[in-house]
Design a protein around this ligand. Structure first.
Ligand code: GLA
Length: 327
């Protein structure tokens, strides 16, 4: 009996020591993004790092372009002793698989930008989400397009809207729908709004989609280009150039802002007029801060955090506006 008590005390001491050695180690949290080539996600990473420096945790940044890489990344996070991760999933339908794996490894999950959907295609609203106000930002895109078109004095009867869609991604669908509804509300003729789905959310995908639509409407003299982000709109604008449209006959306004810097820096104006800059800095910082507070203090994050502020950047003001946000 005595021996058993002694053993127990020894075990408890050893456990306590291991435990305190462990807790002295820096906390690790993951930040997984679907498209690290987009400055949007690089900005989120940079501001997650900033949060890590301020709150003393390490951010493990992993690119997850597909489902297999996502599940492997979660395993490797767990193997490295991470306690949770923020994720912008490469596919919302992976939501249930990601949650099952995270649960089995005891990792906490906060989603950013793109919401998970369940097997029935319904949003998984019990997983914390930080995202932009998609409909409102889309509406702003439509309003700004109409404003610029009016300024240029285009004849609406000779104009068309090229709307490049990605409806399977809810945030994209809401942005494009918002943009189209604002254009209609402003008075743009509904019958001249042409939707075409892109196969991939990058410039080449959008360019292909746009080309296939442009050739069907040789009667259109001026194009407004709508899309869910900068790369989509850039693909659309590149297609108009390929079909011989001059910059003055095309107005594209993207969303993300940070992905439009190269284009807006060009010595000559293109059909890409500007971009709506939301807050990738806030998305990156806030999502991982919420995860940190959850892991460290047990503070469960809000299920939905909407980031609303947005500013239109053009060739005239982009440097100043980016600087204001420290980007
Ligand atoms: C989606 C898009 C990104 C970016 C984010 C912002 O993930 O693919 O380019 O616009 O939304 O929330």
């Amino acid at each position: 009996m005595k021996k058993m008590v002694k053993n127990l005390i020894a075990a408890a001491l050893a456990f306590g020591m291991a435990n305190s050695a462990f807790s002295a180690e820096k906390l690790k949290l993951g930040f997984l993004v679907k498209q690290p080539e987009e400055p949007w996600f690089q900005t989120e990473w940079a501001f997650a790092d900033k949060a890590g420096q301020e709150m003393n945790f390490e951010v493990i940044k992993i690119a997850v372009p597909d489902g297999e890489k996502t599940l492997n990344a979660i395993d490797s996070l767990a193997a490295n002793g991470a306690k949770g991760f923020v994720i912008c999933t490469p596919d919302p339908k992976l939501g249930p698989a990601i949650m099952a794996k995270a649960k089995s490894l005891d990792l906490k999950v906060v989603t950013v930008d793109d919401q998970f959907v369940n097997a029935k295609g319904k949003p998984m609203d019990t997983v914390p989400l930080v995202m932009m106000a998609a409909t409102k930002i889309g509406e702003r895109q439509g309003e700004e397009l109409y404003k610029e078109m009016t300024k240029r004095g285009w004849d609406a009867s000779q104009s068309g809207v090229l709307a490049i869609t990605a409806d399977e991604l809810d945030t994209a669908r809401r942005r494009v729908d918002g943009s189209i509804s604002a254009l209609k509300a402003a008075g743009f003729p509904e019958g001249q709004i042409y939707r075409v789905p892109t196969k991939s959310n990058d410039i080449p995908g959008a360019l292909d989609a746009a080309n296939s639509m442009l050739v069907q409407h040789p009667e259109v003299k001026h194009w407004l280009v709508v899309g869910m982000n900068d790369n989509t709109v850039l693909g659309g604008v590149r297609a108009t150039e390929g079909q011989g449209f001059q910059a003055e006959n095309v107005i594209g306004i993207g969303i993300n802002g940070v992905d439009a810097v190269n284009e807006l820096s060009k010595s000559k104006a293109t059909g890409f007029y500007g971009s709506l800059l939301p807050s990738p800095d806030v998305h990156g910082y806030k999502s991982i801060q919420m995860l940190h507070d959850w892991v460290v203090n047990g503070a469960e994050p809000a299920m939905f955090t909407e980031v609303t502020d947005v500013v239109l950047i053009t060739r005239d003001n982009f440097k100043v506006e980016l600087q204001k946000k420290g980007l």
